[in-house]
Design a binder for this molecule. Structure first.
Ligand SMILES: Cc1ncc(COP(=O)(O)O)c(C=O)c1O
Length: 374
């Protein structure tokens, strides 16, 4: 049984889903246990202003919210995709990167910026650096897909130097921090920063603006946690009755484990199939916000991800990367167990930067999943 970590919904939330769909985590592990019931809402308010005033549209676009008719028919629920794979860098990450950089003091920008990233944040920093005319060093793990490394160079142009170091994001990050101390540059965190979180939170703002009717749940992929933290903080401040559910892979579920443990834990190893979310330790601030505002965190396996990539392709004719399909896989898992009246469910398709040769394994595994279901 996949590991899940849950919080009880706020008292104001209208429960639209049978409790059995929520995780098996005991009430004592509930993040909201022992705290005043409105703490989450007040805390979300601090981020509400940050998100409403975040500057992202110099480089990001308001992406579409598309219906997924095929998946909706198969699941018996209304499914919508929030198409962050349509950003100019093919992922939402440019929102947080730009909001962080544009809010830096001039002297911090003048020293140049440095970051570590599995690839998508790197592209966001590269595009933002080119846009702001700032020098940037970007450290990517040796395991980062070539398509992401090439895109960093394309978006950053002459402003950006790419350094490859470490097997995982965490190791690349250690290397970047060492270079930062050496060169005195300004570090741009990939997830654990209020301006980064607020930039990603604009995805939640757009979802609520684009869909004014009843909405039961929003599914968000989690790596370090900035997208989930930002979306949950916004949604819980504005429409707390909507469930916000995080999704991770079974072999890289640091947020689910941390919430269940009540403290941040560090994973020894992480699976790299969903390279965008392969994070050994989540952020301090992202953990605090996810713990306070997420209704649940579901986990899915690699086969479910491959099947979800195919589902997105069938409805949109677009190919998303494994991390980009995580939310869809989580939505399917939820819907299969939910039963009952049709619900309106949104999955954030968060990115589309996949090496072309990965398609072979994705197609093969999706076929295996389909055969097993027949
Ligand atoms: C495509 C994609 N989806 C989801 C995530 C997870 O985002 P976060 O680290 O904010 O949890 C990432 C992170 O890079 C990503 O690239």
């Amino acid at each position: 049984m996949p590991l899940t970590a849950a919080r009880t919904p706020p008292p104001s939330a209208a429960r639209t889903t049978p409790p059995s769909v929520l995780s098996a985590t005991s009430a004592s592990a509930s993040p909201s246990a022992g705290r005043s019931p409105d703490l989450g809402a007040r805390d979300a308010d601090g981020y509400l202003k940050r998100i409403l005033t975040a500057r992202v549209y110099d480089v990001a676009r308001e992406t579409a919210m598309d219906s997924a008719p095929g998946l909706s028919a198969r699941l018996g629920h209304r499914v919508l995709f929030k198409r962050e794979d349509q950003q100019p860098v093919f992922s939402f990450k440019v929102r947080g990167a730009y909001n962080k950089m544009v809010n830096l003091p001039a002297e911090a920008l003048a020293r140049g910026v440095i970051t570590a990233s599995a690839g998508n944040h790197a592209q966001g920093v590269a595009l933002s650096a080119a846009r702001l005319g700032v020098r940037a060093i970007i450290v990517v793990p040796l395991t980062a897909p070539q398509v992401k490394i090439d895109a960093v160079r394309t978006h950053g142009g002459a402003m950006v130097e790419v350094v490859q170091a470490g097997e995982s994001y965490s190791e690349a990050c250690d290397h970047a921090l060492m270079l930062q101390r050496e060169h005195g540059m300004t570090f741009i965190p990939a997830f654990d920063d209020p301006d980064v979180i607020a930039g990603q939170g604009t995805v939640g703002m757009e979802i609520l603006r684009q869909h004014r009717g009843p909405l039961d749940a929003i599914f968000v992929p989690i790596g370090g946690g900035s997208l989930a933290a930002g979306v949950a903080a916004y949604v819980k401040a504005v429409r707390p009755e909507i469930r916000v559910i995080g999704v991770q892979t079974e072999d890289s579920c640091a947020m689910a484990r941390s919430i269940a443990a009540g403290e941040r834990i560090t994973l020894g190893e992480v699976g790299l199939f969903s390279d965008g979310t392969a994070v050994k330790r989540v952020g301090e601030e992202t953990f605090r916000l996810c713990r306070a505002h997420l209704d649940d965190v579901l986990t899915v396996d690699t086969d479910a991800l491959c099947a979800a990539i195919k589902d997105v392709f069938q409805d949109t004719r677009s190919l998303v990367e494994p991390a980009g399909a995580l939310a869809v896989a989580g939505l399917k898992r939820f819907a299969e167990q939910a039963g009952g009246a049709p619900q309106t469910l949104v999955a954030i398709t968060s990115g589309a930067n996949m090496n072309f040769d990965r398609l072979r394994i994705v197609a093969e595994r999706a076929e295996v999943v389909e055969a097993a279901a027949r």
